[in-house]
Design a protein around this ligand. Sequence first.
Ligand SMILES: [Zn+2]
Length: 408
Amino acid sequence: MLFVLTNEKFDEKRHKADFLESCLNRNGAGAYSYFEGRVRNSNEGRAVKALEYEAYSELAEKEGTEIVRESIAKFDLVSAICIHRAGYLELGEISVWIAAAAPHRSESFAACRYIIDELKKRVPIWKREHYVDSDPEWVNCANRNHRELSESEYYSRQFVLPSFGILGQNKLKAAKVLVIGAGGLGSPALLYLAGAGCGQVDACDFDSVELSNLHRQIIYTTENLEAPKASLASARIRQQNPFINSKSFSLPNNAKDTQVLFKEYDVILDCTDNMDTKLFISDCAIAANVALISASVRKFEAQLHIWMPALENSKPGGQCLRCLWNEKDTLAAQSCVDAGILGAVTGILGSMQALEAIKYLVGIPSPLANHICLVDLLSLQLTQIATTHNEHCPVCNIGSSSLAEAKT
Ligand SMILES: [Zn+2]
């Protein structure tokens, strides 16, 4: 056992003896270090009378085991273990106990430190202090005073995904996303980004809800007719996930203010349906160096395009929308009103935009970097085309550098 989460009181004599015995017969163990965390009797001047731990045990055990396993590999340990308490603890009780055996003392010290530091960052165990003269409070845990709903339970099904876990969830929680267009694409995008737990999901739209919108704009109901979309959408996703923030507004009508706005976000989703606005958003995102995920739909066909920002000492990841299209191009220029659209088509593309945003924010690589994805929902074909840098693009021209060769 590398990591144990238990409601039972820590038995100092037994646990220490067990650990030593497990190491004594192994070659090369020359040093042992223990770390003990105990329930303190005061915190920031307030007298504490007890401590309580609540854990999302399935993930805590998985992540805790992984941390101890990492420490063994990282510090070349002979053996290591972490025992963490859950439930109600009295003053002075051991709350967490870590032991590491190594050939030399420095590795055993460093391993104990590594394990406790990583536990605090990655393992979903929350601490509530009970005070002598006031109500109990969750310590260092945003939203933990609001106990009617459990954040860990809310995200429990995505926590367990590979490459996700508590680290991925924390990255989403810290992220700010702007969704421009709260219509057919924006509705599913907003709902899924909010459901996934992006900390700030803002909605941008100047329009009001019409009856002919409802077959595809699933964030609204007939009760919302003629009301402004952005504020409705924002309120709806705050209701859907009380652990996120959302505000609504209209897009500024000049490039300078839009660029300033974009710089506040980690990623922009272009869910609009006309080419002029798409090119304007693309130009501003590139000027602000913010990731942009853009989708266009027409009948049963669609395109998904991602522009990655330039990181330090690197070129931007791919070409911009204006490298590919100009105002004369018609794929996205013809709106749903003229061309006709099924709600399920915008639903799929809006969901793909949300998924690409989540992957980008969590750090899961996307094959769409430097590619455009053509989606044909009649034949169910997805085609990725490597994008070629357009040397004549007035927005993102970076000289003779070729970002990719065109290929299908
Ligand atoms: Zn360009």
